[in-house]
Ligand binder design. Sequence first.
Ligand SMILES: *Cc1c(COP(=O)(O)O)cnc(C)c1O
Length: 388
Amino acid sequence: MQHGIYLDNAATTKMREEVLQEMLPFFCGNYANPAAIYSPAGAVKKAVGTARERTAAMIGAKPGEIYFTAGGSESDNWAIRAVAKGAADKGRHIITSKIEHHAVLHTCEYLERQGCEVTYLDVDSDGLISPEAVEKAIRPDTILISLMAANNEIGTLEPVARIGEIARKRGVLFHTDAVQAYGHVPLNVETMHIDLLSASGHKLNGPKGVGLLYCRENLRLHPLIFGGAQERGRRAGTLNAPGIVGFGKAAQLAKETMRERSEKETVLRDYLIDRVLAEIPHTTLNGHRRERLSNNANFCFRFIEGESLLILLDQQGIWGSGGSACTSGATEPSHVLSAIGMSREDARGSLRLTLSEETTKEELSYVAEKLKEIVGRLRGMALSPPAR
Ligand SMILES: *Cc1c(COP(=O)(O)O)cnc(C)c1O
């Protein structure tokens, strides 16, 4: 990639060099199918096993509870559809929230068309889901609670442990989309009472196109992909050995560096937030001030058009995002910003900047200066606040 300041780490991250090195032998060197019985296949199988251990260790799971997939979207689809299928005789009611990723929301909408009932919980103005509201929404026919661990747009960290406790107490399965949280904040499937969890390699400096679904061992997991007997007969398809190995290495490194990395990112994130809020008028922070991902800053600059801001920032070599990558290009305001109560106009003036461990204070100082300049210029061009 050309030289610039990459602040879109919630969309995807740079793969670490150590991850690439770990993957390389499995492309042209030992390319055996790990399901084969000849000896080279044994080495691939062993490497996949190591990745299973490493990815499980991140969340306090057993290696046998990890199913490798083609990414976070597949894991979300699979978890929700598997429970809807497996628990159909118990009920057809699912609880989720209005701020979930589209991989969860669109799966729920699909299931509604198949006869399921879905409750989409509101969130407060910081994007927090209320555990009390979760408990109140539980009905005798509720089969699943699917709520994210951290929001990908506004960075808000959700009270996963309390929600897990409620789900367990009421005998309802709990799935969490932890794609943004996995490798970034501590997670433990035992203490947090999580039954199913989705994660993805490319959000923690691993490769794209590989993810995992954790599924508690005593649960019967209905397959989503039919075919061969891979992944204990639950997920067919020749294993993406290089990807899985890379995901495992990324997980190991992320676990080792999590504390130090998040402390460093938090300091830089707060430096950026404090400067932008102090120096640019009519600006607010989207998401919770403290209960947020250590690398996420999401601003609303009133009276400007987010698209123009992104283009002008790009001209200065600064790469951010107007909402989530999946919704940019669409003219509709982001469903997350709408759910926290923002008006259409304000939602359109929003900017998400997500840091990496390589981000420096000098870069953020430059970004703050440029933002001040560009936002001022755009507002000047508009002459007066746009008519409603
Ligand atoms: C990125 C993301 C996904 C999708 O993961 P992919 O691996 O890109 O399919 C799902 N949920 C959240 C919260 C995400 O941030």
